[in-house]
Design a protein around this ligand. Structure first.
Ligand SMILES: CC(C)(COP(=O)(O)OP(=O)(O)OC[C@H]1O[C@@H](n2cnc3c(N)ncnc32)[C@H](O)[C@@H]1OP(=O)(O)O)[C@@H](O)C(=O)NCCC(=O)NCCS
Length: 295
């Protein structure tokens, strides 16, 4: 990513932000980035930043060698991308650094439809950059008060992941998310625990549970309907002891059921899109996020 244009200045009249330069996000920036998200009380561990960075390209805003801003983007096929982990240090907020980092990423993503999940703090900036709100994500987090029943449709059954499933599950996810996410899923299948839904003898959906933030997180959940999504989430609930998080669309029909399991709504973000909303197949749903940043 060519960021040479955003250089420092030695003009004595220069304002504080003139000495802020943008450059590519490097693995060496992870501790500083983690410190910034921790200062915001975001749950990301450094391992979660490492995972996010390993699949992305990003930018940092730096002044006098100190990282004061971060923003990452992920490409999904040729037509889609997501942006996330957009943070500007409090002392520099409101001075267009967010705008500069986003513009640098969007320049590189030219021609793609871009999605992000926005906090209230980010909404004004993203709207200014052409993003529109298309929905809401609810964050549910807590300790299970009861194990949900494995209640699926007649003939539905859950089983562990088999090697032969990988390509078909990646195809199911692509139809549910409206974009191909092969590399991401291979990483999640190797790091997390995957529960597969079999319907009519065929793999018809899956869900992954993995370590994330302060506990475990369920996502993605790819399933043909909400009953199958609940069955897969119930299957994942058998692989966690502590804090469990799951981020779902407010309109998915899942929030009330999650609250009945002891997972209250603890936050929410807006789904925002610049360009075309992904086309999701009729019998394919993307019922839970991997993360709010990655999608
Ligand atoms: C959200 C955040 C990244 C924005 O970064 P920032 O550097 O403060 O943003 P900017 O200065 O570029 O933009 C701030 C405001 O100026 C406006 N603005 C930006 N560029 C502008 C321009 N060229 N002309 C006029 N207004 C402009 C933006 O629209 C925004 O308006 P708002 O006050 O209505 O929101 C930063 O506040 C932050 O880190 N917040 C905490 C973490 C967070 O919530 N991150 C977002 C995750 S989705």
């Amino acid at each position: 990513m060519n960021l040479a244009s955003t250089t420092t200045t030695d003009d004595p009249a220069a304002t504080a932000t003139d000495t802020v330069r943008l450059r590519p996000f490097e693995p060496g920036d992870l501790p500083a980035a983690h410190a910034m998200s921790s200062a915001l009380k975001w749950p990301h561990r450094i391992e979660d930043w490492q995972f996010a960075l390993s699949l992305s390209q990003g930018v940092v805003a730096e002044r006098d060698g100190k990282v004061l801003g971060t923003a990452l983007s992920w490409n999904w096929g040729a037509d889609y991308a997501t942006i996330g982990l957009v943070i500007v240090a409090t002392e520099l907020q409101g001075q267009r650094i967010g705008n500069r980092m986003m513009s640098a990423l969007l320049d590189r993503l030219a021609g793609r439809n871009v999605l992000l999940h926005s906090t209230v703090a980010g909404r004004g900036l993203y709207e200014r950059l052409g993003f529109v709100t298309t929905g809401e994500i609810e964050q549910h987090l807590g300790e299970l008060t009861a194990l949900p029943a494995l209640a699926g449709r007649e003939g539905d059954r859950l089983r562990p992941l088999a090697g032969a499933d990988v390509e078909s599950l990646i195809a199911i996810d692509a139809r549910g998310a409206g974009m191909p996410r092969g590399e991401l899923l291979r990483r999640l299948f190797s790091q997390g625990k995957t529960v597969v839904l079999e319907r009519g003898g065929e793999a018809a959906g899956f869900a992954v549970i993995r370590r994330y933030g302060h506990g475990d997180a369920v996502g993605p959940v790819a399933a043909p309907d909400v009953d199958a999504a609940r069955l897969l989430i119930a299957g994942c609930c058998r692989h966690t002891e502590g804090l469990l998080r799951i981020d779902v669309e407010a309109a998915s029909g899942l929030p009330q059921w999650l609250e009945s399991l002891g997972l209250p709504r603890t936050g929410g973000v807006n789904i925002m899109v610049r360009g075309r909303v992904p086309e999701r197949g009729p019998a394919h749903g993307n019922w839970a996020l991997v993360t709010q940043a990655i999608g």
